[in-house]
Design a protein around this ligand. Structure first.
Ligand SMILES: NC(=O)c1ccc[n+]([C@@H]2O[C@H](COP(=O)([O-])OP(=O)(O)OC[C@H]3O[C@@H](n4cnc5c(N)ncnc54)[C@H](OP(=O)(O)O)[C@@H]3O)[C@@H](O)[C@H]2O)c1
Length: 245
């Protein structure tokens, strides 16, 4: 078990990407901190993961996209699990608003808050806990939609902004012991429950969360990966995962 004795925070744990990351780290023996704005979703998640992992799962009911939420998670880490070894930052939904003209200021603020601002807050709150920690890692999840922000209104603008933030984080991290990397996803990942409802033709168009999630421990443990970008899509997924292991 590569991650026994290690503490992992998944910001965005209840989402399509996060659920798979949680399962994969638990399977490798890690203690995993998960957060959600909803106590019900945390309970659901515990139910999905089963009793065998219950003692390794810490669920914190907060909105981790806010300064308060980050602070409360820091307090749980300091008081209960005492250390942090890995962070996966995959918070924020994929917003779908057609054009900029049709986007209200309120929607604009929400999109910024849950994507760019959330990544900024997570970085500011948790990198100080990791920066001098040997064998630690911080993985920033981004979307390849941000490479050419020409469509999809504000969501592609935000995807581009998160890619830019990731670049700055990776540059800043050159002075740190911890390894900071970006996982840039092209294509769609969906949670296992939704995947199970899809017809075979539809399943071939998406990646299943629990399979996709295996990439996260692979990135976290790969010591030669520092300040880099791991590009993943449906075609190269298995090959990329094997190369990391
Ligand atoms: N899924 C994909 O195919 C894919 C592909 C490329 C990139 N990405 C990127 O990966 C990240 C996660 O994607 P996902 O599909 O896993 O997203 P998701 O399932 O929609 O949600 C991820 C997390 O965001 C939190 N969240 C949702 N709405 C929020 C809000 N208004 N305020 C605060 N928190 C909120 C949720 O936590 P709560 O439990 O608190 O609601 C959830 O854990 C996104 O940044 C996305 O751009 C995803």
């Amino acid at each position: 078990m590569r991650f026994s004795d290690q503490i992992v925070l998944i910001a965005g744990a209840t989402g399509n990407i996060g659920q798979g990351a949680v399962r994969a780290f638990l399977r490798q023996g890690a203690t995993v901190l998960i957060t959600s704005r909803s106590e019900e979703r945390l309970l659901q998640m515990k139910g999905l993961l089963g009793e065998s992992h219950a003692h390794k799962l810490f669920a914190v009911p907060v909105d981790i996209t806010t300064p308060d939420g980050c602070e409360r998670v820091r307090t749980v880490i300091e008081n209960r699990v005492k250390r942090l070894d890995h962070v996966v930052a995959c918070t924020g939904p994929q917003w779908k608003h057609s054009t900029l003209v049709q986007t209200s200021l309120e929607q604009y603020d929400t999109i910024c808050q849950t994507s760019l601002t959330a990544h900024f807050l997570l970085w500011r709150a948790f990198i100080p806990m990791l920066q001098d920690q040997p064998d630690s890692s911080y993985t920033i999840v981004t979307s390849a939609a941000g490479e050419k922000p020409t469509m999809a209104g504000l969501s592609s603008v935000m995807a581009a902004a998160v890619i830019a933030l990731s670049q700055v984080c990776r540059n800043e991290s050159q002075a740190y012991v911890t390894r900071v990397n970006e996982l840039r996803i092209a294509g769609r990942v969906t949670n296992d429950e939704h995947y199970a409802t899809l017809a075979p033709g539809q399943q071939s168009q998406v990646m299943k969360s629990s399979e996709f999630g295996q990439i996260f421990p692979a990135v976290a443990q790969q010591k030669s990966l520092r300040g880099g970008i791991v590009h993943v899509d449906m075609r190269n997924f298995q090959k990329t995962k094997q190369e990391l292991q």
